[in-house]
Design a protein around this ligand. Structure first.
Ligand SMILES: C[C@@]1(CC(=O)O)c2cc3[nH]c(cc4nc(cc5[nH]c(cc(n2)[C@H]1CCC(=O)O)[C@@](C)(CC(=O)O)[C@@H]5CCC(=O)O)C(CC(=O)O)=C4CCC(=O)O)c(CCC(=O)O)c3CC(=O)O
Ligand SMILES: NC(=O)C1=CN([C@@H]2O[C@H](COP(=O)(O)OP(=O)(O)OC[C@H]3O[C@@H](n4cnc5c(N)ncnc54)[C@H](O)[C@@H]3O)[C@@H](O)[C@H]2O)C=CC1
Length: 220
């Protein structure tokens, strides 16, 4: 079936819209079973997606993973339509094109590993620290830059950032549970008051005190 997809804006327009997908229990099709597919499936599974892999040749990492449904055969016309999100990661351009066209025709979001122009979704590089997720995209113009920046941010954002987030989230939950509002409080002042340094030094209670002091002085 011919694609009825809008043509993507040319690279360089800065028009990617960032979202966070919740994939738990949702069906994701990965077409292709090589190294690139394996890397994508690893993260999809970690995010709780129900992953199906379709490819004549599937690497052991995927074939041996009980959480992944594998079909050792070529992609069948139209099957992208049965899933919420589809990744085309074969080494055959015409197959990736067909997967893309099927997905677009069915209104299913699609990522094509071999061509940014055939992606309604591109994958950013990412740094995770617990609930914190920092992503880096270049509109597909330089994945190498995304990788380089990701490595720099990994060095910058140590495990203490995850602790910082936990401390903030706990206090925010406490305020809300007590019926209060979290707006209008000086969170930025608290964050600028040395909380991270206290956490780095192992003084989590001192960080919590700094936070409470800043928030209570701004709530009056
Ligand atoms: C459009 C996109 C589609 C998509 O979403 O897959 C895409 C497309 C292509 N990548 C290619 C090459 C490389 N990709 C990487 C790495 C990553 N690529 C990722 C995403 C994306 N890659 C999407 C756009 C992201 C953006 O907006 O920047 C990352 C960020 C995320 C991820 O894949 O999970 C992950 C880093 C993860 C990390 O380490 O943090 C490296 C670097 C390396 O391996 O060190 C290289 C070699 C260097 C270079 O080319 O820059 C090629 C040519 C293939 C060929 O020639 O055969 C194409 C196709 C084309 O451009 O035509
Ligand atoms: N987005 C990214 O980060 C990157 C993307 N790429 C692109 O990703 C693509 C795949 O790369 P690799 O995994 O290294 O290739 P690979 O050669 O290891 O695997 C190709 C896979 O495609 C499958 N395949 C072939 N015909 C098929 C069909 N009709 N139906 C279903 N599956 C089919 C094969 O069985 C195999 O599992 C390449 O086109 C490459 O340009 C490469 C590097 C980085």
């Amino acid at each position: 079936m011919a694609a009825d997809a809008p043509s993507p804006s040319p690279a360089g327009t800065g028009r990617l819209y960032p979202v966070g997908l919740r994939l738990e229990g949702r069906s994701v099709l990965v077409v292709g079973g090589g190294a690139v597919a394996a890397q994508k499936v690893r993260e999809l599974v970690a995010c709780g997606a129900e992953v199906t892999v379709v490819a004549p040749a599937i690497v052991d990492e995927l074939a041996d993973d009980a959480r992944v449904t594998c079909h050792r055969r070529p992609y069948r016309s139209g099957e992208a339509a049965d899933h919420r999100f589809v990744v085309a990661a074969t080494d055959r351009r015409e197959v990736n094109q067909e997967v893309h066209d099927d997905a677009e025709a069915a209104g299913v979001w699609v990522n094509a590993a071999d061509d940014p122009q055939r992606c309604s979704v591109t994958l950013p590089a990412r740094v995770r620290r617990g609930s914190l997720l920092v992503t880096i995209s270049t509109e597909g113009r330089s994945p190498a830059l995304a990788t380089w920046l990701r490595r720099r941010l990994e060095d910058e954002l140590g495990p203490e950032v995850e602790v910082l987030l936990e401390v903030l989230a706990e206090e925010r939950d406490r305020i809300r549970a007590a019926g209060g509002s979290t707006e209008g409080l000086d969170w930025q002042g608290a964050l600028g008051s040395g909380m991270l340094d206290e956490i780095r030094a192992g003084r989590i209670d001192a960080a919590k005190e700094l936070l409470k002091a800043c928030l209570s002085s701004s709530s009056a």
